[in-house]
Design a protein around this ligand. Sequence first.
Ligand code: GLV
Ligand code: MN
Ligand code: MN
Length: 408
Amino acid sequence: MHPDQLTGMIDRINSFNATPGRGITRLTFTPQYEAARRYLVEEMEALGLTVYVDDIGNLFGSLKGSDPNLPAVMAGSHIDTVNHGGRYDGVVGTVAAVESARRMIREGIKPRNPFIVAVFAEEEGSRFGQVMAGSRALTGLLDRQTLYTLTDSDGTPYSEALDSANLKNINRCPSPANIKCMLEAHIEQSVVLEQRSKVLGIVQSIAGIQQATVTIEGTANHAGATPMAMRSDALAAAAEMITAIEDVGSRRAGPSTVATVGNIDCEPNVSNVISGLCRFSLDVRDSDAEILTDAVSGIRSLCSDISERRGVEVTFTEKPRTEPVTLSRSIGQIFEESARKRNLPYMWMPSGAVHDAAVMAQVTEVGMLFVPSRKGRSHVPEEFTAEEDILAGVEVFSDAVISLCGGS
Ligand code: GLV
Ligand code: MN
Ligand code: MN
């Protein structure tokens, strides 16, 4: 693959951005997202792929296999971002999948199994509040009706945003039963590959995730006239809970548990009024299902103790959980063989971030390949992966696609 082509694709996708100069913001079904998607449709159609979308908004480009009755090899990722995110999360995996198709076509390799490029909708959950919504709906883990009624911060339902995206060719949805395996390339989003001077990470497992919204109801009152002993301060209660949550992540749960509060809102949010209502996000992850369950219940009970002591009410609204998964060893070995042949330093590793691959692993065999992230920064404008590392990743990734498609 030509380096200019690779950077050209990444630059082009990132030219569609709602926050130029302040990171990349490309939320699902927004004009920037639609423009990036149109570009990908044009690229895939120019390659001769058959392009279609499903009734979820996932985009597919499929290349015929010489035996159309065989199940498809699927590869892909996402092009939605977090608010003010980076240039590579999701984009690298999308480009790696399109480039795998381009390579087969350019080199005259005829796949036996059909090959499908997949661009999953709403992976980050940044617009409609649920991570990996597109792949979860595809696999049936999230039902269509629930998906369609999710709303964004303006109250726009998913169904309406999907309709206004004016999608063409809503004619099929690949059946999970018809997918032989799924591959995703991604940036590592941590420091391990960089610290160990490896170019590739072969992912063994993906952590499970439980997210929730925590709502605290206190009593709004005058900041000057209300004595300290007479307060039910929702924001102060939230502050104590947030520190307790951090403590669960860092000390009380398992060695790989992480717990984050990344978003907070309070009412009335006025400097001389005691806060009467506070809402914050909760994100807890672990590679062990039992430890994840214990960490979440530990957090719930600590928050309930704090709320009782402070005379406020706390409510947890949990989002659907995604279980930790182990990925395919045999696909990992295909990546390994290619990395060895190409003399690229690699290692096997777990993923702390979640991916559409984790969802697809509930229904098919999945392989995932990481490339390094500079200083482990991700979900921020500073996110960076060197071009030569992406190139190496795409080469090994496409070797595996060709091998799994039985290309000749
Ligand atoms: C997805 O990017 C996640 O791990 O939150
Ligand atoms: Mn991602
Ligand atoms: Mn992400």
